[in-house]
Structure formats: structure tokens, C-alpha cells
Design a protein around this ligand. Structure first.
Ligand code: FES
Ligand SMILES: [Fe+2]
Length: 303
């Protein structure tokens, strides 16, 4: 390369500095700083129905896993590659008490214990020494949460008062449409690129006011006055928009570390929805929503 001052002055792409990668926040593998931090929390990895008798591929914190539900109703989350010869358990067969690898038939329960080795002498004399890597899961709010960290650091799965004490007409809705409804199930971006967006209210009138069409209301189509505040949980964003009719549209969104975002629905006239999304930290975004009554109309004032 022979970049000259003239190239720099012209600002052509040839004068660009080579890209570099800072991975402290973006890498989520085991042993990385952020990967370890995220492995101290529970993360949503699927909807309840995603765990079924057909194994489902999920990718969580950079790990390829298989989610299933045995016929006793227990959800299991195992590493995708069979510990025998590495065949993917995605093609496994779910049975009453576990999942059976399609290659030599080793069967694992939801905690990775090897129950059967049909090709081994006497059904597997050493099967008790084998453990398919697995992760604990819990089900709540229509979602399956997994914990991928060290056992001694495992926290309680959080409960959210606003998702448990419902007023009339309120309900919890879990779906995987992401981005406030209508988005793709899996977004091919780094988790941080998506999560930092919740504290970026300035893009709303530009992006959503033009490209997104009816995704948000007209009330949000103007540039807001914004206050950012650090909170014990993360960052709170207060956006104020003065409407043409003299009303003030006041919207509070909150980024709760490490991956939760709280945002009231601009379309819901009943009351703010305090948790809009629980985002998975690795490309998959799940949405437990506090919904509004079906006949609610567009909000006509601040909330
Ligand atoms: S590779 Fe799974 S049982 Fe052999
Ligand atoms: Fe947005």
C-alpha cells in the first residue's frame, strides 16, 4: 500500500485505516471477560414450545446447543455434539427419558447423564463415567432460561413484579418476533450492537420516522429532548417530545445490564409496559411482552 497525503486529503476509501477489532465487550465465549460476566446470569434461550420432541438448534453465548423436551415434560439443553464421536444431537431422537444420538444410539437425559450405550459390551459398562455437556434450564414467563456459568455462582432466576401482578386487561405475551414485534427471530449482529440501541433515542425519528413506516406512532416522529441517567440497574433514558397539539409525550426506556431492556409501548394507552424485552445475549432475541388490551387505541398523551 502507498497511501499518500493526497489520498488522505481526498478522503477516498483507499486512505482508510485498516480495521481493528476490540473484542473485550463483544466476545462472549467461555474465558473471555464478557463471556464470563454474561455467564453469571440466566438468559432466555427459547419459548416454552421450542423445547419439544423435535430437537431444536440454539446458539447461546457462542455455543451450539440442542434444546428438547423429554416425554416426562423436562426441558433439556445439551451441547450439540455427541460426546462419543461428535455427531450432532440435532438429529437425535427424543424418547421418554432423554435424547438418543442417531449414530450409535447413546442416550442422554436432560442433565447429560448417559443412560444407554447399545453398541457397547453389555449395554455400556462405563456409561456412568460419561456426561454429555449440559446446562440447567428453568421455565418462566413463557420462556426457557438457561444458565451457562459456574455452578457455585448460579443466581436465582429473577422474578419481575410487573410480569406477575396483572391489572385487568394486562397479560404477559412471549414471542420471538423481536424488535418490538415483527422483527426476525435471529438477528445476525453482535449482541452489543443490538443492546446499546436501547439507549439511542435519536435514531427513532430518523430511522423509524422514515424507513420503518407504522412501526411506531407519529408521536415519536420528532427529535426528542433527552436526559440520560445512570441507575443502579443500568442506564435510564428520558425522552420528551412536544406535540403539535400542545401535549407532551414523555417516554422512559431503560437498559438493565446485562441484556434486559425496558420500554413502554408507544401504542398502549393503558399504562406503560415496564418490561418490553428480555434479549438473549447471542443474536437471538425473545420478547416477553406485557400486552395491552386488544381494543386499546393509540396513546393520545404522555405516559
Ligand atoms: S456419535 Fe453419538 S452415539 Fe456415537
Ligand atoms: Fe429503533
Amino acid at each position: 500500500m502507498s497511501i499518500t497525503q493526497r489520498d488522505r486529503d481526498l478522503g477516498t476509501g483507499y486512505a482508510m485505516k485498516p480495521s481493528t477489532t476490540r473484542s473485550e465487550l463483544t466476545s462472549v465465549g467461555r474465558g473471555t471477560p464478557m463471556g464470563e460476566l454474561l455467564r453469571r446470569y440466566w438468559h432466555p434461550v427459547g419459548l416454552l414450545n421450542d423445547a419439544a420432541d423435535i430437537p431444536r438448534k440454539v446458539r447461546v453465548l457462542g455455543e451450539d446447543l440442542v434444546l428438547f423436551r423429554d416425554r416426562h415434560g423436562r426441558a433439556g439443553l445439551l451441547h450439540a455434539r455427541c460426546c462419543h464421536r461428535g455427531t450432532t444431537l440435532y438429529y437425535g431422537k427424543v424418547e421418554e427419558d432423554g435424547i438418543r444420538c442417531c449414530y450409535h444410539g447413546w442416550k442422554f437425559d436432560t442433565e447429560g447423564r448417559c443412560l444407554e450405550q447399545p453398541c457397547e459390551p453389555e449395554g455400556g459398562l462405563f456409561k456412568d463415567k460419561v456426561r454429555q455437556p449440559w446446562y440447567p434450564v428453568q421455565e418462566r414467563y413463557g420462556l426457557i432460561f438457561a444458565y451457562l456459568g459456574p455452578a457455585e455462582k448460579k443466581p436465582a432466576l429473577p422474578r419481575y413484579e410487573c410480569l406477575e401482578n396483572m391489572d385487568d386487561g394486562e397479560f404477559v405475551e412471549a414471542d420471538d418476533s423481536s424488535i418490538g414485534g415483527g422483527g426476525p427471530v435471529i438477528i445476525p449482529c453482535n449482541w452489543l450492537q443490538h443492546f446499546e440501541n436501547v439507549v439511542d433515542p435519536y435514531h427513532v425519528p430518523v430511522l423509524h420516522g422514515s424507513f420503518s413506516g407504522p412501526q411506531f406512532t407519529n408521536m415519536m416522529a420528532s427529535m426528542p429532548e433527552v436526559r440520560f441517567e445512570m441507575s443502579p440497574r443500568g442506564v435510564t433514558v428520558r425522552s420528551i417530545r412536544h406535540q403539535d397539539d400542545g401535549k407532551v409525550f414523555y417516554r422512559v426506556t431503560e437498559a438493565v445490564l446485562p441484556t434486559l431492556r425496558g420500554a413502554q409501548s408507544a401504542r398502549c394507552a393503558i399504562r406503560p409496559r415496564r418490561i418490553d424485552r428480555l434479549d438473549a445475549a447471542d443474536r437471538r432475541h425473545l420478547v416477553p411482552d406485557l400486552g395491552c388490551a386488544p381494543n386499546s387505541t393509540e396513546n393520545s398523551g404522555g405516559t
